[in-house]
Ligand binder design. Structure first.
Ligand SMILES: [Zn+2]
Length: 485
């Protein structure tokens, strides 16, 4: 993800300029003070000399001249003190302005280091085979060796995981969880690997639960490669760590972990898109009328095997009302499998045939794809791009100017536990920062499973969106809007 470096450079430039101006000011005022002292001294010397010369002719005239001189000196000193005080307050004002800018500018947090021993240079005093404040573990059936290497991306150390045998589970090195305030952050590290690897944020909540945010896989790279992704620390989050993990046979070397506060760079306009995955038959009866009440249109992603399910009668009759009301239809594959686990041939078939099936069956164009389980890697991503104009992932986050990728659209997943106020916070943030918020729903029904929502909660979400006055757009409308920016 490009992190608005020009801003950072700009600002460090500004800060450097400000500092030199300030120190320039200080030098100038110091020089001025010297000049002031010299002036007084010169005046004094001159007048002493005059007094000396005129000692024999001491007169009223000289007393007046001396008192005039003292008055002049006092006025000069007062004037100089006032200038010094003025310069001091101006410098104070500037430094305040500077720090406010630092606080709000994009990613201008140079020098802030949230991950302790981030480059793993210091070994653990009690265990020389691991970096201080770092740990490793693995679970499942795999044979893993953990190494603390004597070379790295920067400095002299890094860590390596080598999985010789793999059946299931994963293996990872991770830094001790760190306390983070609720806000957005950007994580980065450097890695080398001979296979695709996974990256997951683990957030420990104030109730002691651990919530995981899955990020896109880090593609295999035998040369050092930077991985970067943004995440939001929730209000109920206490600490966080990041697992860059290996869940297959291969190796992974990592170094230089970093977490910094992050601010999205806004688009020209805030937008919300409502998406639904799978094609649950209840939704035409539960979700559709609620959306119609507000004139909202959504994107519906169908796994075509569900349409052909013999238990669902007249599936076209359940899809057509969405099409008639202006909602967009997209593909969610044929069989709803992890595309990353299929052969290339099977994966391409899932992409191609779900599209042609929907196009024939519904007599419309299918342009967008949502990956089942949000599972994709480099080759899946490439094939999706070959067949569709956009790919909605389940990568958590907002779509902004700095991270926009039509082949990796981010979204916020609605779970049965998602509250009205959470949705309200997301919408507020999107509106305030001009972000494109995509919501992901599954089934809207009275007996919700983990990824479902009740009709009551869904109605509350739609009401919140309506009240906030944020434009609700389909993916086509959002892309058209972004195109003109
Ligand atoms: Zn799905």
């Amino acid at each position: 993800m490009p992190v608005a470096c020009f801003q950072r450079d700009d600002l460090s430039g500004c800060a450097a300029k400000g500092a030199s101006e300030r120190s320039g000011g200080a030098v100038f005022s110091h020089f001025d003070q010297i000049k002031t002292v010299n002036n007084v001294f010169l005046l004094y010397k001159y007048h002493i000399f005059e007094i000396d010369v005129s000692k024999s002719q001491w007169s009223k005239y000289n007393i007046i001249r001396i008192s005039k001189f003292i008055k002049k000196v006092i006025l000069l000193i007062i004037k100089r003190i006032m200038i010094v005080v003025l310069i001091f307050f101006l410098a104070l004002g500037c430094s305040e302005k500077e720090s406010i800018r630092t606080g709000t500018a994009n990613n201008n947090y140079t020098g802030m280091q949230f991950v302790e021993n981030h480059s793993m240079e210091n070994s653990n005093p009690d265990d020389p085979n691991r970096p201080d404040r770092w740990n490793y573990n693995n679970w499942g059936n795999n044979s893993t060796t953990f190494y603390y290497l004597n070379h790295g991306h920067s400095g002299k150390r890094s860590v390596k995981i080598e999985v010789a045998e793999y059946e299931d589970g994963d293996s990872k090195w991770f830094f001790n969880p760190i306390k983070l305030e609720p806000r957005d952050y950007v994580f980065s590290n450097f890695y080398r690997s001979n296979v695709d690897t996974r990256v997951v944020v683990a957030i420990t909540t104030n109730t002691g639960n651990i919530e995981y945010i899955d990020w896109p896989n880090a593609p295999a790279s035998k040369l050092w490669r930077k991985y970067e992704a943004a995440f939001s620390m929730p209000e109920h989050g206490e600490t966080a760590t990041v697992y860059h993990l290996l869940s297959k046979k291969g190796y992974l070397i990592t170094d230089d972990y970093n977490i910094k506060p992050y601010q999205y760079e806004g688009l020209n306009q805030a937008m919300v898109t409502i998406t639904f995955d799978d094609g649950w038959e209840e939704n035409h009866r539960t979700a559709l009328p609620i959306m119609q009440k507000y004139g909202f249109r959504s994107n519906q992603f169908y796994a075509t095997t569900f349409i052909e399910d013999p238990w669902v009668s007249n599936p076209k009759e359940l899809i057509q009302p969405f099409i008639d009301a202006g909602h967009e239809i997209g593909s969610h594959s044929i069989t709803h499998q992890y595309l990353t686990k299929l052969s290339e041939e099977e994966m391409i078939e899932e992409l191609e045939e779900s599209k042609s099936y929907l196009e024939d069956y519904l007599d419309i164009r299918i342009e967008y794809f949502a990956s089942p389980y949000g599972a994709y890697n480099t080759s899946v991503s490439k094939e999706i791009k070959n067949h569709y104009n956009a790919h909605r992932t389940v990568d958590s986050g907002y779509n902004s100017k700095d991270n926009f990728d039509v082949n990796r659209l981010k979204c916020m997943s609605i779970l049965s536990t998602t509250t009205k106020s959470e949705v309200e916070d997301w919408v507020r943030k999107a509106k305030e920062e001009n972000l494109w918020l995509i919501l992901l729903y599954h089934r809207i029904a009275d007996n919700p499973n983990q990824y479902d929502t009740t009709p009551e909660l869904f109605a509350e979400h739609m009401q919140v969106i309506n009240e906030k006055g944020i434009p609700v757009v389909t993916i086509s409308e959002a892309l058209a809007q972004i195109d003109i920016q």
